[in-house]
Design a protein. Structure first.
Length: 186
């Protein structure tokens, strides 16, 4: 198989009324606004408290899919072009044909099904383009919205890990693990 950096190249995907593409510097104001949201600060602590300088550096790094090691898709409305959310594909393991997804939705875009569409789209891309067999996503047990997205995107609940990740509140939380195989209907 080819080296990973040749496989994970910056890509744009159209998913109905949404466009998924790598971040750019034009996203910095929306990224900063997202980082102030209480839910994002709690469940995505690495995205919290972003300064303009950090947001610019982050956008530049991920515009190239972290030098081909991961893929980060920003989700935009195809018409208005505003940043609505993000889906990242990370922990890509070509030897074991697996990857892991993370996602967040901007507070101004919640409740519209954006995360479900974006997670399905990136999952299908990973199965098709990268040839992965298994995808998983992990979230805090208390994050009921992420649990609903996983279910709607065709991911099966596989189990719970206890006190497995320290979230933005500084506490260790139990987490749900959801998985989806290329052979699953979803």
């Amino acid at each position: 198989m080819e080296p990973l950096d040749r496989l994970v190249e910056p890509t744009e995907i159209v998913a109905g009324r949404y466009q998924l593409r790598p971040p750019s510097l034009r996203d910095v104001p929306d990224m900063m606004a997202m980082s102030l949201d209480e839910d994002i600060r709690l469940w995505n602590p690495l995205a919290s408290g972003v300064s303009e300088e950090r947001a610019r550096a982050w956008a530049e790094k991920w515009a190239g899919f972290d030098e081909g090691k991961s893929a980060l898709f920003c989700v935009y409305g195809a018409v208005e072009g505003r940043l609505l959310g993000m889906v990242s594909l990370h922990k890509i393991d070509l030897d074991n044909s697996a990857g892991e997804l993370g996602y967040r939705v901007a507070p101004w875009a919640r409740g519209q099904g954006i995360a479900t569409v974006a997670v399905r789209t990136v999952t299908d891309w990973a199965f098709g383009y990268l040839g992965l067999t298994r995808m998983q996503l992990i979230h805090a047990v208390e994050n009921a919205a992420s649990c609903r997205v996983a279910d709607k995107a065709g991911y099966s609940m596989e189990g719970t890990t206890r006190s497995s990740y320290r979230y933005g509140d500084g506490k260790l939380h139990d987490e749900h693990i959801h998985g989806r195989l290329v052979t699953d209907l979803g």
